[in-house]
Design a protein around this ligand. Structure first.
Ligand code: CO
Length: 253
């Protein structure tokens, strides 16, 4: 069942979303050669606590940290570590969920560390752009499959692949709600969007093959072929005329 939020609920999610955006902006400024993923995690936790909010991922299904930090060939759910030091040329995916007043907002970015190879930069740009391609399509009456298809078409046109085991999702009082939003699919399939639905749309894109594997820690998801991958996610609300992004850094400070 897809939960439609009232304007009052959307206001609360907008607050959580702004906190996510502020935390991302702060972490982006800290992403430098020599920083550990544990330091990024601790800075995020400090900031989230200062908001009077909670890190959504902490303890979720037993997840052991406040954010996910996924470097290079790690796609998602990388666990921050004090042994993991960022190097020149790395990319890092930072995924953050914040719960405030009972509502979650969820977003992810891929940041470059120092000088990153042009082919990798292009991967990151296309991943980000694929989100905005899907975002442009959103309005009441559109199918979830239309969003999936838009992401797939855009990403595959650039020669990249889409892992199939992980999807976007509804978000609200729960971090994960209906519907699932796959990053591949056919137009005019799946649920139809209505104003007040709140969704986390999150293209995950591989430079090489689509297959992924989960490490023995039961969280870390890496590409099977060891090639690098990117992730970009925002929480959005469907509005009567289109959609609004709740987790964008340049909105409302
Ligand atoms: Co998500």
């Amino acid at each position: 069942m897809i939960i439609v939020k009232s304007p009052r609920e959307v206001t609360m999610m907008r607050e959580a979303g702004r906190m996510v955006a502020k935390t991302l902006r702060h972490l982006e400024s800290l992403v430098k050669v020599g920083v550990t993923t544990q330091q990024l995690n601790d800075e995020a936790e400090k900031m989230i606590t200062s908001f009077g909010a909670k890190a959504s991922f902490k303890g979720y299904g037993g997840y052991p940290a406040s954010i996910c930090t996924s470097v290079n060939d790690t796609l998602i759910h990388g666990i921050p570590s004090k042994k993991e030091v960022l190097k020149n040329g790395d990319i890092i995916k930072i995924d953050i969920g914040i719960q405030y007043n009972g509502y979650h907002a969820d977003a992810a970015r891929t940041y470059c560390v120092g000088n990153v190879d042009n082919a990798i930069k292009k991967l990151v740009e296309v991943t980000t752009a694929s989100f905005f391609e899907a975002f442009k399509v959103i309005r009441p009456g559109v199918y979830v499959g239309d969003l999936s298809h838009t992401i797939q078409t855009y990403v595959e046109k650039h020669g990249y692949s889409l892992p199939e085991d992980y999807t976007g999702h509804g978000v609200g009082q729960n971090l994960h709600e209906d519907p699932q939003i796959p990053n591949f699919g056919r137009p005019q399939t799946g649920p139809i969007l209505k104003a007040g639905m709140t969704l986390a749309i999150e293209p995950m894109v591989n430079l090489g093959k689509k297959e992924t594997k989960v490490l023995a820690d039961e969280w870390t998801v890496k590409t099977k072929d060891g090639k690098w991958c990117a992730h970009y996610e925002n929480t959005i609300v469907v509005t009567p005329t289109g959609a609004e992004i709740l987790t964008l850094e340049d909105q409302g400070g």
